[in-house]
Design a binder for this molecule. Structure first.
Ligand SMILES: NC(=O)c1ccc[n+]([C@@H]2O[C@H](COP(=O)([O-])OP(=O)(O)OC[C@H]3O[C@@H](n4cnc5c(N)ncnc54)[C@H](O)[C@@H]3O)[C@@H](O)[C@H]2O)c1
Ligand SMILES: [Zn+2]
Length: 369
């Protein structure tokens, strides 16, 4: 297995993301993973946090690697689903860590998608005022997005991710071959975030996604590793400039203002997050055209690429009122003003563009299926 390393430069919180196709999922893999774990000198008392679905697929391999690195993990499984990303389950995790007597030199390994990564990272942030953690992301969304940037947390009945902390991992280990078992719809939803990186930051990458579509959809390891890596590089570069989201980090929210509203106005049942983002990217590109920020051609190319990855591209038939209401409640709107990240072309975006409410209303009124 050949391993590539990407250094995320965040001063003393810097860490490596390592990419190896087969390094976690492969037969007899895990050796290189075990070596990099061992290099940290974690205390033997440690935890593997995962869910039953992912544990059944990759748990044995990861546990084997942890043992080979001298660790003796307690396995904590949280039921599968966003509905378990709660304060209550966080409490259950922490209780298990205390029972297993993890100490300040211990580490948590998070094996799973964004739900597990966010919760395990938050547990690491608060256990004994903070212990180290390692991510093994197994969804495309987690590999390109949630495992980079240090946001951790849980949901509250009042809203998603309302409780949390910034806490960077010590190491992220990504094996794109784990995506072979991921439901196709989840994979495609993750592609929306990948398309987003091209749209806001890198026109060459955007074009690569178009020309190599077939291989990417066939999960060919070489292009897949390349797009996951490039996505992490872009996110790491943005986060490196603005770790706590004061300015430029907001560029990562392209497609998310309308995307979140679409998810929320449909009760979080109709769309996966990435599907909402695809709808949001297309609608916000149209908004950019209306505002004279971007040409029609760029908006058309964004819509075309979303279509090529079988993502929804038009706003569903819910009232413009409901969508605007949801946007107003979004914690990223400042003082009730509607501000958007708008593409200026392929590979460039402008943050914090104030858009008159009437303009958004008109857009939502006409952008229907
Ligand atoms: N921290 C951040 O910066 C950040 C960024 C984006 C999203 N998030 C969070 O991420 C979460 C969504 O993450 P997600 O999309 O990975 O969802 P998820 O963690 O729920 O995983 C999706 C589904 O895929 C299953 N699964 C995971 N890996 C698999 C594999 N290799 N094979 C088969 N099945 C597999 C899971 O069990 C689950 O049923 C949300 O809670 C969101 O708030 C966080
Ligand atoms: Zn997102």
């Amino acid at each position: 297995v050949s391993i590539e390393t990407l250094r995320v430069a965040l001063g003393e919180r810097s860490y490596d993301i390592r990419f190896g196709a087969g390094a976690v999922a492969g037969e007899g893999g895990g050796e290189e993973f075990a070596r990099s774990l061992a290099a940290f000198g974690f205390s033997p008392r440690s935890a593997l946090i995962t869910n039953p679905t992912v544990h059944a697929l990759y748990g044995a391999g990861v546990e084997r690697a942890m043992r080979a690195a001298g660790l003796d993990p307690v396995v904590v499984t949280v039921p599968d689903g966003e509905g378990y990303k709660t304060w209550d389950w966080l409490g259950t995790i922490v209780t298990e860590l205390l029972r297993a007597r993890l100490d300040r030199g211990s580490a948590i390994v998070a094996l799973g998608g964004g739900v597990i990564g966010d919760m395990a990272g938050f547990a690491a942030a608060i256990y004994m005022r903070g212990i180290r953690f390692v991510q093994v992301p197994t969804t495309l969304l987690a590999q390109v997005d949630s495992s980079v940037g240090g946001k951790t947390g849980v949901n509250h009945p009042f809203g998603k991710n309302l409780i949390g902390a910034f806490w960077q991992p010590s190491l992220v280990w990504t094996d794109v071959l784990t995506l072979a078992t991921l439901p196709r719809r989840e994979f495609l939803a993750g592609m929306a975030e990948v398309i987003k990186y091209g749209a806001i930051w890198d026109a060459t990458f955007f074009e690569y996604l178009r020309t190599r579509r077939e291989e990417i959809l066939a999960l060919s390891p070489e292009p897949l590793t390349r797009i996951v890596r490039r996505s992490c590089e872009i996110k790491a570069e943005v986060v490196g400039r603005d770790e706590r989201e004061g300015g430029i980090r907001a560029v990562l929210n392209y497609g998310h203002t309308i995307g979140h509203a679409v998810e929320s106005a449909t009760g979080y049942t109709r769309y996966l997050h990435g599907e909402g983002v695809a709808v949001g990217m297309c609608a916000e590109a149209d908004l950019a055209v209306r505002m004279g920020v971007c040409g029609e051609d760029a908006a058309a190319r964004i819509r075309e690429l979303c279509r090529l990855y079988e993502l929804p591209v038009s706003v569903p038939d819910v009232s413009a009122e409901a969508l605007l209401e949801a946007m107003a409640l979004d914690k990223k709107t400042l003082r009730g003003e509607l501000r958007f990240v708008l593409p200026e072309g392929i590979g460039r975006a402008r943050v914090g563009v104030a858009v008159p409410r009437a303009e958004v209303e008109q857009l939502l009124g006409v952008a229907r299926t």
